[in-house]
Ligand binder design. Structure first.
Ligand SMILES: C[S@@+](CC[C@H](N)C(=O)[O-])C[C@H]1O[C@@H](n2cnc3c(N)ncnc32)[C@H](O)[C@@H]1O
Length: 164
């Protein structure tokens, strides 16, 4: 499993528990300090930690069974490029979970605003972005206490746009 933008690695122990001893968990983050903290917290014992940008992953094509990206999309300059790279490394039929511990309304309220309808995480936009980048969206669950999108990697016959 890949934890894309693993931060301090708080999801790594449950991911390790999910894959079992024979599985492999990779935690990738672009910020060295995050991985240092993850190591200090012992998360390097549950997963391989790699300093990398999710838009250019040092991972072969079709190598990953499932991807978690928690709190990532808002950080990406080109979210579709990130989703396309996650699709490249994920095997056909593999799964993607996009997660945030707050839904869009609750998150905007925390910043004293309302959700931006042009935001990639808005349901029509995320469905479109996933379809453009090789994912079949199965669920968009945007409620106060969580934002969760589940998608499945399409088979390679579903052509990706040329820019990817
Ligand atoms: C809000 S934190 C979420 C961390 C973790 N997933 C969690 O839920 O605790 C966002 C993380 O995304 C990482 N990040 C942002 N842009 C990234 C990129 N292009 N590639 C990899 N990691 C990135 C940041 O370094 C940060 O650790």
């Amino acid at each position: 499993m890949l934890d894309a933008a693993c931060g301090t690695g708080r999801a790594l122990p449950p991911l390790r528990a999910a894959v079992g001893l024979s599985g492999h968990v990779l935690g990738v983050d672009v910020t060295a300090e995050m991985l240092t903290t993850a190591t200090r917290r012992g998360r390097h014992r549950t997963a391989q930690l790699v300093l990398a940008d999710v838009v250019r992953l040092p991972v072969g094509t079709n190598r990953i069974d499932a991807v978690l990206a928690a709190g990532l999309l808002a950080h990406l300059e080109d979210p579709e490029a990130g989703l396309a790279e996650l699709a490249r490394v994920c095997r056909p039929g593999g799964r993607l979970a996009l997660f945030h511990p707050l839904g869009r309304v609750a998150l905007a309220r925390r910043h004293g605003s309302t959700p931006d309808p042009g935001d990639i995480r808005a349901e029509p936009a995320i469905r479109r972005a996933l379809a453009h980048t090789g994912w079949r969206c199965e669920r968009v669950d945007d409620r106060p206490d969580r934002y969760l999108v589940l998608a499945v990697r399409e088979t390679p016959t579903a052509a990706l746009p040329n820019r990817y």
